[in-house]
Design a protein around this ligand. Structure first.
Ligand code: ADP
Length: 416
């Protein structure tokens, strides 16, 4: 839908902001541009609505070279959201949101009723309509910024570090809200961030840039974690990419053992026969009651007589990811994760190694197992984890500095 063909942007001072970028962004999806500060993300974004013109190459929208479309007309179909929301301080929330419809000549009444609709859509109460931006929190301002960008219902949305200026908790809420909103709206979104976690959370596809405006990899989050193209990308996505990749594996696909799950009326001898240090005791509806340590069991009787260790948390086979299962295993007193069905009945248990082995057989399982071992060691707080492998890479600068962009918002305001 949005296509870059060998696009470069060179500045007169000799800076190459973007270097021969070729990229095709899918319609109705979120493409995240991510990379360290100064690698050309914002420049790339701004070439989509002609706030920046390429030095070479072509940007096209639905097959049409955007140079053939007058900038104001082009921007009518492209919403734009920036860090700090960029709201007009002297206008009320409602009037801020109504900006674009008013510019398009909708008439005050229709524009305001659209704005009221959008206010609700981004999860703000109507009582905020008459407030001024300074009377809102950072997160609320950012929601208004999103609502304003959606004013004329543009098919394309450009978002430049929209959630970077708010604290982590509010950022998490905004991200969740944004995912919900996109499920409803199906916009074609280009989203800039320096935060790889945000990219993985939000992106349908991710373009990783390296300094010098070069595209290092363009892939789905899952593939990026599983198969980073080179050391730079591997470093940028982080040493824990194996574990993070588990978020993309459904818990439903994990193999579980049933032999360690025993009803409370089972004889103690049956628990011993299982040959493992722990068994899970369940009630008549297979709801979990707790763990029985086999070494501490009485000599006879049933498991109903055993002292049980509390369960820890379970994971749901219906909705959770393998990462939740792994988490449950690491936090469990038995180091076993308990998988339950939607009714809360136990389906089976698995340990961290079995869970990691369930990863597709491309070597990632090995990495996951190594990470699991490290996490388990940390959990046990036994000595410091000796770094088994991959000593530091001399800090090759992959990690974003978190300072975000330095402003430089050449066009000012919201670019309309
Ligand atoms: P990012 O968004 O990844 O932080 P930018 O796209 O803002 O990076 O910038 C890419 C590079 O281009 C940086 O080195 C930046 O300093 C440079 N740059 C951006 N705008 C200009 C400009 N107007 N003149 C000269 N250099 C610029």
């Amino acid at each position: 839908m949005i296509r870059f063909d060998a696009v470069s942007k060179n500045y007169p001072n000799g800076t190459t902001a973007v270097d021969e970028l070729s990229l095709e962004l899918a319609e109705g999806g979120i493409t995240v541009l991510v990379g360290p500060s100064g690698c050309g993300k914002t420049t790339t974004l701004r070439m989509v609505n002609r706030m920046v013109e390429p030095t070479a190459g072509t940007v096209s929208l639905r097959g049409q070279d955007i140079r053939e479309i007058a900038a104001p007309e082009l921007r009518r179909g492209i919403g734009y959201v920036i860090q700090h929301a960029g709201l007009f301080p002297h206008r009320t929330v409602l009037d801020n949101i109504a900006t674009v419809p008013l510019l398009l000549g909708w008439g005050k009444k229709k524009a305001r009723s659209r704005a009221a609709e959008l206010l609700e859509l981004v999860g703000l109460p109507s009582s905020m309509a008459k407030r001024y931006p300074y009377q809102l929190s950072g997160g609320q301002q950012q929601r208004v910024g999103v609502a304003r960008a959606l004013g004329a219902d543009p098919p394309v949305l450009l978002m430049d570090e929209p959630f970077s200026a708010v604290d982590p908790i509010v950022r998490g809420e905004l991200q969740a809200e944004f995912i919900r909103l996109q499920k409803e709206l199906h916009k074609t979104i280009v989203f800039v961030t320096h935060d790889i976690d945000e990219a993985i959370k939000l992106g349908d596809n991710i373009a990783v840039f390296r300094t010098g405006g070069k595209l290092a990899q363009f892939d789905t989050p899952e593939r990026l974690l599983a198969h980073p193209a080179d050391d730079f990308v591997a470093d940028f996505v982080g040493q824990d990419r194996g574990i993070r990749r588990l978020s993309f594996v459904k818990a439903a696909d994990l193999p579980l053992r049933e032999g360690l799950v025993l009803p409370a009326d089972s004889p103690v001898a049956r628990a011993r026969a299982a040959g493992e240090p722990w068994v899970l005791v369940v009630d008549g509806d297979r709801r979990p009651l707790g763990w029985a340590a086999v070494a501490d069991l009485p000599t006879g009787g049933t498991l109903a007589d055993a002292a049980l260790t509390p369960l820890g948390h379970t994971f749901s086979l219906a909705g959770d990811s393998a990462r939740a299962a792994l988490d449950a295993a690491l936090l469990s007193p038995s180091r076993l994760a308990v998988g339950v069905d939607p009714q809360g009945a136990v389906v089976g248990v698995a340990d961290a190694y079995e869970l990691s082995a369930a990863m597709t057989g491309d070597g990632t399982a090995v990495e996951v197992a190594a990470e699991v071992a490290a996490e388990a060691a940390a959990e046990d707080s036994v000595s410091k984890v000796s770094v088994a492998k991959g000593e530091t890479d001399g800090g090759s600068g992959g990690d974003a500095d978190g300072t975000g962009d330095s402003g430089g918002s050449g066009a000012g305001g919201d670019g309309r």
